[in-house]
Design a protein around this ligand. Structure first.
Ligand code: PLP
Length: 402
């Protein structure tokens, strides 16, 4: 069975050229079925009911925690917190860990590549605690400036929080280097794996990372579900961020005590169906294997670069080698606003993203306001790349560039 046939969207929309998977991927049929099955076959709340349906819902929900443990090779499923997505996961780290452990003058090291979701929560916690944000720049190649990073990480650094794969430039971050620098000064490390998770295998034990966040909807699963991984001892010393049902052990009129980790971080009724739907997506990626994913990424990227480089009015950004650049390519078309490019492509069924991609500081450092971004999912084909090249020729014609 071809991979693309496992995505029902394309059966309904065979002509759509979907090149926006970094924004959100299309969903696997098995994920949709798992979600539907929850609603139709065992719909009940989790961790509450004592009747068989509720027990089944809890069992299926908790089984995804074990799948996520395997997906990340975490030591224990108690290190897996279910969230609504990477953004919520990163806010839990900033609010639950940062607010408790950061103080005046402590430093938080990030890169200029960060998505707003791994920046704004840290700005908020810095404002509250008096901690200071420090940004690692990039080189003109689009790679992280590791020399600057080494200098930037000092005894004042309490946490280094960084994307593993840039959602705008496709820059691959050498996380082992980041970890090495951070460990020298005893700083914690948080990885924003929102883009990484669909393209690279992740081994949190090998990496020895403290926190890692990603979303189900970028790994071919449903929206509204995500993961926060954190080492158990860290989760235990953190404060919960959201208060409410299920995250408590005892509630008194004036105070409460907390449930065990990871449930201490899962207040209220969770997105049960979506979390259950995320399980098959992680299984799909594990079954597919890193070599298949990497081969496909390489094929897409090299062909896309080749086709874009044939168009003299197109300028691409980011590192040029596959080892340093994955999953998406940002570009501009001479004299044409990226929104116009995306709108013309959209009219002929080609879906690309245009804008600042939630990385405004990065855009500023590149002296750009926006770019067009194409990003790949496992279902993309060379025909999609060719359709994009034809579409860009049409853009060039409309704007009389050729
Ligand atoms: C690198 C990166 N981090 C975080 C996020 C936020 O993910 P979500 O909107 O699923 O919470 C995104 C989304 O595009 C991203 O690309």
């Amino acid at each position: 069975m071809s991979v693309k046939t496992q995505f029902p969207f394309f059966k309904k929309h065979p002509k759509v050229v979907y090149l926006d998977s970094a924004s959100t991927s299309q969903r696997l049929g098995v994920s949709l079925k798992a979600e539907e099955s929850y609603y139709l076959d065992f719909n009940a709340n989790v961790h509450r009911g004592l009747y068989p349906l509720a027990e089944k819902a809890t069992e299926k929900y908790e089984a995804v925690r074990e799948t996520a443990r395997q997906f990340l090779n975490a030591k224990s499923s108690s290190e897996i917190v279910f969230t609504r997505g990477a953004t919520e996961s990163l806010n839990i780290v900033a609010q639950g860990w940062g607010r408790k452990f950061l103080k005046q003058g402590d430093e938080i090291v990030l890169s200029v590549l960060e998505h707003h979701s791994n920046l704004v929560p840290w700005q908020m916690v810095a404002k509250e605690t008096g901690a200071v944000l420090r940004f690692c720049p990039i080189l003109s190649t689009g790679n992280l400036d590791y020399k600057s990073l080494e200098k930037l990480i000092t005894k004042k650094t309490k946490i280094v929080t960084m994307t593993g794969l840039s959602n705008t430039l496709g820059t691959v971050i050498d996380l082992s280097v980041v970890l090495r620098f951070a460990r020298k000064v005893g700083a914690k490390v948080c990885v924003d794996a929102a883009q990484l998770a669909a393209h690279f295998p992740i081994d949190v034990q090998k990496l020895d990372v403290d926190f890692l966040a990603f979303s189900g909807h970028k790994i071919y699963g449903p929206t509204g579900a995500g993961i926060l991984y954190a080492k158990r001892e860290i989760l235990e010393e953190m404060d919960p961020w959201l208060g409410g049902g299920d995250m408590i052990r005892e509630v008194h009129e004036e105070f409460s005590t907390w449930n065990e980790t990871p449930w201490k971080f899962e207040a209220g009724t969770p997105n049960i169906a979506q979390i259950i739907g995320m399980g098959p997506a992680m299984k799909f990626l594990m079954k597919l294997g890193k070599n298949t994913v990497m081969r496909h990424d390489r094929e897409m990227q090299e062909y896309m670069f080749k086709k874009l480089n044939e168009l003299p009015f197109v300028k691409t950004y980011g590192p040029k080698s596959f080892d340093q650049h994955r999953a998406c390519i940002s570009f501009t078309v001479d004299g044409v606003h990226p929104h116009d490019v995306a709108a013309i492509l959209g009219e002929i069924g080609i879906c690309v993203r245009a804008g600042h991609h939630c990385t405004m500081p990065l855009m500023k450092s590149l002296c750009l306001v926006s770019t067009v971004r194409v990003s790949f999912g496992i279902y993309n084909t060379k025909e999609d790349v060719e359709a994009l090249a034809r579409g860009l020729k049409k853009v060039a014609k409309v704007f009389k560039l050729v």
